[in-house]
Design a protein around this ligand. Structure first.
Ligand code: ZN
Ligand code: ZN
Length: 394
């Protein structure tokens, strides 16, 4: 995220913060005069950590906190010095060369680098900037990919499926558009940890043993790791209590359009994205590759909801497999492969009828009727007899 943030800061946000919140301006003076300020500053862990190399310039309150942490003697842990002990641990775990915003990295500093009283490295500024940037990027990616898929790939016959909902596409778009900013806000702590040097993300290819080979190897490793965790999280989301509270909104869509791809309860969408954000804290990952993989998973999510059954590959969890999940709920929880569904005995092979391109109208209707009968039985078990969905054929 530091790559994206540095470009945004250099070309736009440094200027925006400089004009909106300048050094010595009204807000700056007001905040520094506030009695709350020193109290808050004391608990601003990021600020305390970042000021370690320039300890002469920090306030006396922070000075004590940080000095205690640095000079901590590990042989004397007691309840009084426990906070200092923990802070010391956190500081030692941090890769200080990777802290974002203390100095320009990929681009020059620019005229407005230090014009705002909120420096690039401020946790508040980082959170706010990331919230706006990632939400806009999320919306852009969602609308552009889903729209292209809707025009060029999506099978529009789905509109006549008896379990397509009244106004379904607008409901999907509303659900996704409102969920994305909340998902981003929930993901922000991971981005902040990355920006402050706690992840294993790296930029120089030679920083990881194996160079380019290691970078290539990270692709299957990332897919396999996240596929496994998403499978487990998705199965957990189908536990009856959790399903009702979190996952049911995504299963409102019995048949999907590409706009269903991000139409989740925000906590559900965030939970299923956790493996993507946990990975770089456990394993080395190239920063540019991470951005590529982040974009790829969004593409993939749209693709498995587009109703176009191009592949019946036994290994890949493609569109047909995910359509089976939306139709019959308790099968095909995987994201990229069928591996974990096979191990967990939840794999259901998509019907061959999915792949017949030129079905006669009456054959299609017969196929849909059969799907509805099977679906109703499973849905009754999972959700109870009352179905609050309003279908087009009602
Ligand atoms: Zn599900
Ligand atoms: Zn889905």
């Amino acid at each position: 995220m530091d790559i994206v943030l540095e470009y945004c800061d250099y070309y736009l946000l440094d200027k925006v913060y400089a004009y909106a919140l300048p050094k010595g301006g009204y807000v700056d003076t007001l905040i520094h005069q506030s009695p709350l300020f020193n109290t808050i500053a004391q608990f601003d862990l990021g600020k305390a950590i970042k000021t370690v190399p320039i300890i002469d310039h920090i306030t006396s309150t922070n000075n004590t906190l940080v000095s205690n942490a640095i000079n901590f003697n590990a042989t004397s842990i007691n309840s009084a010095n426990l906070p200092s002990y923990l802070l010391n641990k956190v500081i030692n775990y941090q890769n200080k060369a990777d802290i974002y915003g203390l100095k320009p990295n990929l681009l020059p500093a620019g005229d407005f680098f230090s014009s705002s009283f909120l420096p690039r490295s401020s946790l508040f500024r980082e959170s706010l900037s990331l919230l706006v940037i990632t939400t806009l990027f999320g919306w852009l990616l969602y609308f552009s990919v889903a729209y292209l898929s809707y025009v060029y790939v999506f099978d529009h016959k789905i509109f006549n499926h008896p379990r397509y909902l009244k106004n379904q596409m607008s409901m999907e778009i509303y659900r996704a558009t409102t969920a994305i900013p909340v998902m981003v806000a929930l993901t922000n702590p991971f981005f902040l940890l990355e920006l402050n040097g706690y992840s294993r993300l790296y930029m120089d290819v030679n920083d990881c043993n194996g160079g380019w080979k290691a970078v290539l190897f990270q692709i299957p490793k990332f897919i396999l790791f996240t596929d496994c965790l998403i499978y487990l999280i998705h199965r957990w989301l189908h536990w009856p209590g959790v399903y009702k509270r979190l996952h049911k909104p995504h299963h409102k869509w019995i048949v999907c359009t590409p706009f269903a791809s991000h139409a989740f309860h925000p906590v559900d969408g965030w939970a299923q994205s956790l493996p993507y954000h946990i990975y770089p804290f456990l394993f080395p990952l190239h920063k540019v590759l991470y951005l590529g993989l982040f974009t790829f998973v969004n593409f993939w999510t749209v693709m498995i909801h587009d109703g176009n059954y191009m592949s019946n590959d036994p290994v890949v969890n493609g569109t047909a497999c995910h359509t089976v999940h939306h139709l019959y709920f308790n099968y095909n929880y995987g994201q990229f492969t069928t591996l974990w569904d096979r191990i967990g005995r939840s794999y259901r092979r998509p019907d061959d009828s999915f792949f017949v391109k030129e079905n006669k109208a009456e054959d299609t209707k017969r196929m849909w009727r059969k799907q509805v009968d099977q679906m109703e039985e499973i849905r009754n078990e999972l959700e109870g007899k009352v179905d609050d969905r309003v279908y087009i054929d009602q």
